[in-house]
Design a protein around this ligand. Structure first.
Ligand SMILES: [Zn+2]
Length: 150
């Protein structure tokens, strides 16, 4: 409950906007709109009944690694790190992050010879590189990663 109040204080909404779903609508980016566009363009609308939402805001800063997004395929749920909802994040980078998670839903995991599950398989990596902004996005990630740790 406290969280809800806080969120409202951070993002004052006009009366009409209060009816919108705040789970996917951030301050700067609406994940639903981005998801729908990517789904139509790169997946022929294949991802059905998926829910896409901003993850929980955490006070503590990440220490070692930063998770941009996650997918829970059983629940058809994609969560994006709310630290990406900032004006310095280019839309095309956020689109790439979402594309990466969406790709997990169509490229099957593999079990390696060591018995461990691999999610970033050769096939996954190949298809990820096909994404038009892939190189640009990876470069932006390298150059800007530090900004998410402070
Ligand atoms: Zn991944």
């Amino acid at each position: 409950m406290a969280k809800k109040t806080k969120r409202k204080a951070v993002h004052p909404k006009l009366p009409m906007q209060q009816q919108l779903n705040l789970e996917h609508e951030g301050q700067y980016f609406d994940l639903r709109a981005i998801f729908d566009r990517l789904n139509a363009r790169y997946f022929r609308g294949r991802l059905r009944n998926y829910k896409v939402m901003w993850g929980r805001r955490r006070k503590r800063l990440p220490k070692e690694y930063f998770v941009f997004g996650t997918i829970q395929e059983e629940d058809r749920l994609i969560r994006i790190n709310p630290r990406l909802d900032q004006p310095f994040v280019p839309l095309w980078f956020l689109q790439y992050v979402l594309y990466h998670e969406m790709l997990h839903s169509v490229v099957p995991d593999e079990i390696g010879s060591d018995g461990r599950r691999r999610v970033h398989t050769d096939e996954f990596n190949r298809r990820e590189r096909e994404y038009p902004s892939y190189k640009r996005a990876r470069r932006w990630e390298d150059e800007n990663l530090a900004r998410f740790f402070r």
